[in-house]
Design a protein around this ligand. Structure first.
Ligand SMILES: NC(=O)c1ccc[n+]([C@@H]2O[C@H](COP(=O)([O-])OP(=O)(O)OC[C@H]3O[C@@H](n4cnc5c(N)ncnc54)[C@H](O)[C@@H]3O)[C@@H](O)[C@H]2O)c1
Ligand SMILES: [Zn+2]
Length: 691
């Protein structure tokens, strides 16, 4: 292949990866591979500048704007960062910087490189007026309504703190790891495909049209940059990046406390070493360090390339990898019957923890990796908590390896596995008789958001099932004190899904039994939506259960609804409708519902007759104080309710917004200030309804 052809090929390929990454929030290759290809293109273009294409990814920021959102122009371009994986190149960067400054001393600020989505937020007179994505660096998508759902982004900065009249801050919007795991656990529970990693999940979330859905995922944002026009006399508010970080913090922005000022590149190296494994203790994924020249005048002197500042660079850590032996595969059966292969490994140290298991996803992944039993495999820890198998060390393959034969029958109950059209997983269809499915159905049923009987934990359920006291969750309602009192069993170490290394004793003393029986009895007061969720119908999560309850108002109308009617319910598409129809068409399931009804569970809900105007405010809580120009108090309350918001009776941590009018109550305002509750004017409230 000629250099010209290779340049053309790399340009096309990298532009395609960029498109997938920024527009579709998916990664077809890992970042390291992407960066190597980009490096290759950069050096080829250097040797043959005449072949460089007009749309070369070396010259432009990777993203674009999308037609689903209004386009906004950035006051200051939003650039990318040069990056490196090697310490030598970092030293070269330092040399370049000092040369560019005629040998002056340079202080650096080191920050973690947060793995999420770049966001820009503009404030006018202390009020958040615009939030945007980076887009192509010049223009981005206006996602103000989505950014407003981030609780740690202040909607207004109190005037007492004296923010400049007009300024912009930038930061990384991200999905905290715990939130990512929570969402995936929920998705697994109801049989939705899992989100691939926190970065792509955050990117996909910010691109959603419906900010109610966005609000349900608790996104967060770390701020790392401040921009404003210089004053007429040419002076700027701050002299250093450090000063701006401190000021943003005092204005109420979320600035990660992990940054550090370094006197020279040697101190930068120490910072890099310090965070190599410590970063895994942070609440979010990070993929490196960003090193920035501290002084603004020096930044200005160094300037920018078309794509990135010359005064900053990203040092990226290679993904933490280790190699070890794959000893066996454990096939786990989930609540929906999906079979997931888990690699059992010879324990190995990776990023500070001992790893014994790694995820293999599904049969396709095993085939793609070409992995065999007893192979030496590479495992990696990326932005997720559970490491994954990423490849096979073929140089270590011996005559001992054996092909992996994916089971054709359920490892737990022997039922033949099936794979449905378009699905990656194999399923055990013995929904009611398969032990792990049964156990998982109980665990789903007792969840706080279902029947809320959490005093009955995993181990206790296992014992009740083993002793034949319960077969289905409906049997819980027949349990008596005599059935439970004194039950006891010691389980050997490592018998559960978690390897605690401890012997687990499950014991039903009188107090435990009292708690359980009380919780079971109290569960009869859970709402119809909770009951619907507890049934464990595939794809019917909490929100869907609430929509169904609002729409049908009772179990009988729901059970007898046709596919067409179901598919028309707000937020219920054809796939969920199909799943509901299938579930209710099974005699066992109808019997199960009848037993729950007989036990006294709530089978009617409050049908929402009045059509809500929108759900723009769903998940948000409000309180108002003072008087208003455009609303009476009653009108304000009606607006909040009609758009799905909730009115609280006092200022507390649960309050999201205090609407402040004329003659506002000083105690409410100061309490809101103390608790960091956002305060908005009636105009800002009106603006929230019109997004
Ligand atoms: N795997 C793929 O298919 C694929 C495709 C495209 C891009 N990528 C990855 O994305 C990178 C290019 O993306 P990029 O142009 O956004 O560059 P980048 O992500 O390497 O660096 C710039 C970005 O870093 C972020 N950042 C995080 N913490 C920061 C901090 N403390 N200070 C300043 N910025 C911070 C900002 O969002 C900023 O826009 C590539 O190097 C590649 O690894 C991967
Ligand atoms: Zn089974």
């Amino acid at each position: 292949m000629t250099p010209q052809q290779r340049i053309a090929e790399l340009t096309e390929r990298l532009n395609h990866y960029n498109y997938q990454y920024y527009q579709n929030s998916t990664s077809e290759v890992d970042d390291f591979t992407f960066d190597k290809l980009l490096d290759e293109l950069t050096s080829l273009e250097k040797q043959h500048p005449e072949y460089r294409q007009a749309d070369s990814p070396t010259q432009r920021v990777g993203g674009t704007v999308s037609k689903d959102f209004a386009t906004v122009y950035h006051r200051f371009p939003m650039l990318s960062l040069g990056n490196t994986y090697s310490e030598e190149e970092l030293v070269e960067f330092d040399t370049r910087v000092r040369k560019g400054l005629d040998g002056a001393d340079v202080e650096y600020i080191c920050e973690l490189k947060f793995d999420g989505v770049a966001l820009s937020m503009t404030y006018e007179n202390g009020v958040l007026v615009q939030g945007a994505t980076r887009g192509d660096g010049v223009r981005g998508d206006d996602i103000t309504h989505n950014i407003r759902t981030i609780r740690t982004v202040p909607l207004r900065i109190p005037a007492a703190l004296n923010p400049p009249a007009l300024f912009e801050v930038r930061g990384e919007g991200f999905l905290p790891l715990a939130e990512f795991e929570r969402i995936n656990k929920e998705r697994e529970d109801i049989g939705e495909p899992l989100l691939a990693n926190p970065r792509n999940a955050a990117s996909g979330t910010f691109k959603q049209q419906d900010s109610t859905a966005v609000a349900k995922r608790r996104l967060d944002c770390y701020l790392y940059s401040f921009l404003s026009e210089p004053a007429p006399d040419g002076t700027s508010l701050f002299n250093t990046h450090e000063e701006s970080l401190v000021a943003m913090k005092t204005w109420g922005f979320n600035v990660s406390p992990t940054w550090k000022k370094c006197a020279d590149i040697r101190e930068v190296m120490l910072y890099i070493n310090e965070w190599e494994t410590k970063r895994f203790d942070l609440p979010l994924g990070t993929d490196g360090i960003v090193i920035k020249v501290n002084r603004y005048d020096q930044q200005q002197e160094l300037g920018y390339t078309a794509k990135s500042p010359r005064w900053a660079i990203a040092f990226k850590y290679k993904a933490m990898a280790a190699s070890t032996t794959l000893n066996a595969i454990n096939y786990q059966v989930g609540r929906t019957g999906a079979v997931t292969p888990v690699a059992l490994l010879t324990p190995v140290l990776l990023a500070g923890t001992v790893v014994k298991r790694a995820s293999l996803h599904n049969a396709n992944e095993i085939a793609r990796l070409g992995v065999m039993l007893h192979d030496t495999v590479f495992i990696e820890k990326g932005g997720e908590i559970i490491p994954k198998v990423t490849g096979v060390d073929l140089s270590k393959r011996t005559g001992q390896t054996e092909p992996i034969t994916y089971p054709t029958e359920c490892p737990a109950c022997g039922t033949p596995l099936v794979r449905r059209e378009g699905e990656a997983h194999f399923y055990c269809t013995n929904t009611n008789g398969c032990p792990p499915q049964r156990q998982a159905r109980f665990e789903h049923f007792i969840q706080r958001r279902a029947m809320n009987i959490e005093s009955l934990g995993e181990g206790k359920i296992q014992l009740l099932i083993e002793r034949g006291l319960v077969q289905t969750p409906a049997d819980l309602y027949d349990l008596t004190n005599a059935d439970l009192l004194g039950l006891e069993k010691a389980y050997p170490a490592d018998s559960g899904p978690e390897e605690t290394g401890k012997v687990r004793v499950v014991k039903f003393g009188q107090k435990t039994v009292d708690n359980i029986l009380t919780a079971i009895d109290r569960s009869k007061g859970q709402s119809f939506a909770n009951v619907l969720f507890a049934l464990g119908i595939r794809y019917v999560g909490n929100t869907t259960a609430e929509r169904l309850s609002d729409y049908f108002g009772n179990i009988d109308e729901l059970m007898n609804a046709s596919l067409e009617i179901l598919a028309n319910v707000p937020d219920v598409g054809p796939r969920i409708a199909q799943s509901l129809v299938e579930w209710f068409s099974e005699a066992d399931n109808r019997l199960y519902v009848e037993r729950l009804r007989a036990a006294g569970l709530t089978m009617v809900g409050e049908r929402k007759v009045v059509e809500a105007l929108s759900d723009t405010l769903a998940g948000k809580t409000f309180l108002y104080t003072g008087t208003f120009v455009n609303y009476s108090r009653e009108q304000l309350e009606a607006e909040i309710a009609a758009h799905g918001g909730k009115l609280l009776s006092g200022v507390s941590k649960k309050l999201n917004y205090l609407i402040v009018g004329e003659n506002a109550g000083p105690s409410k305002v100061s309490k809101a200030q103390q608790l960091g509750v956002s305060m908005i004017s009636e105009d800002e409230f009106s603006a929230m309804l019109n997004v």
